[in-house]
Write a protein that binds this ligand. Sequence first.
Ligand code: PMP
Length: 305
Amino acid sequence: MALPKNAYFRGKIVPYSEAKVGVATNALHYGTAVFGGLRGYWNENKAKLFIFRPFDHYQRFLRSSRMMCMNLEQDEENLIQLTIDLLRVDGYQEDVYIRPLAYKAEEGVGVRLQGVPDELTIFSIPFGRYVSNDTGAHVTFSSWRRIDDNTIPARGKVSGAYANSALIKTDAVRAGFDEALVLDQSGHVSEGSAMNVFMVREDVLITPPVTDNILEGITRKSIIELARNELGIEVVERSIDRTEVFICDEFFMTGTAAQVTAVTKVDHREIGAGEMGPITGKLRQMFDEIVRGKYPKYEKWLAEV
Ligand code: PMP
C-alpha cells in the first residue's frame, strides 16, 4: 500500500516520514486511541474534491475521544479546516480516504487514561473500492462475538476495539468469504467487521438499533434518511435474529469504506433471489450520485476542499 504524502502532526503539516512516535507510546501498547474514517470524492466535472459529511464524522470522533477521557482542543469546525488544509497540500485528484487519529501520547509503561496527554494526527491516502465483491458479497456468521458496550464502547471508534474487527475479518477472508456478520453477546446481529447492516423484509428496511453494540455509522444514518425521504420506505430500527438473514429479501452493508455493499449469500445460502435486490440497487445508486455531488438536494452533506 502506498504511504501518505503528508500528515498533520504536532500542530503542523509535515512530510509523512517526519510523523513518527516512539515505541513506548501508550496508545501503541494499550489501544488507547480513537479514530475516524472519512472519504473525499473526486468530482471530474467540477475538478474538485468533496468530503462526505465531515461535521458528522468529526462530531463522532470528538464523542469517541470523550469516551476515552481525551480533551482535544479542536472542535468540529477546526478539524474540518485542518483536513481541508491537509488535502490541499496533498493535492490528490482522485478519491481519498481520510484518517484522523487521537492517541494517548505519553511514552512509558502504565495502563490508564487520566493524566496522559493526547495528540492528534490526520493523513489521507488514495482509496478506491474496499469490498471487492460489492455488488454480490458472500458473508459468513463469525464465530467471534462483537465487543459489548460494557467491555469497550462499540459506538465509538476506539483503536483497541479493532482487534475484534481484525479477528473477524481475517477468519472470514481466510475461510473464503468476503466479509462476516457478527453477533453480539445476546446473539443478535450487530454489524460487519467495519460496516453497519440492513435487511429488507416485506418492503420494510430493518437495521439494528444503536443499543445493539454497533458503531453509530454516518453512512447508516444517511441511508436511513434516504430510504425514508427519497424512496418512501418504512425503516425500523430493531434487533435482528441470525435466521432472519437466511430468509430476508435483501441484505446490504454500509460504511465509509464499504459504501453500499450488496450481500447476496450468507454461509452458502442465497439471500432473496441471489442477486442484488431492487431497494439495495436504488440506495446504492443514489448514494453514489450524492457523494459525487450530482444530487443538488444533498450538496449540504459535502464540504469542498
Ligand atoms: N461499524 C464499524 C465497526 C466501523 O468501523 C465502521 C466504519 N467506520 C462502520 C460500522 C460504518 O460507519 P461509517 O458509515 O460512519 O463509516
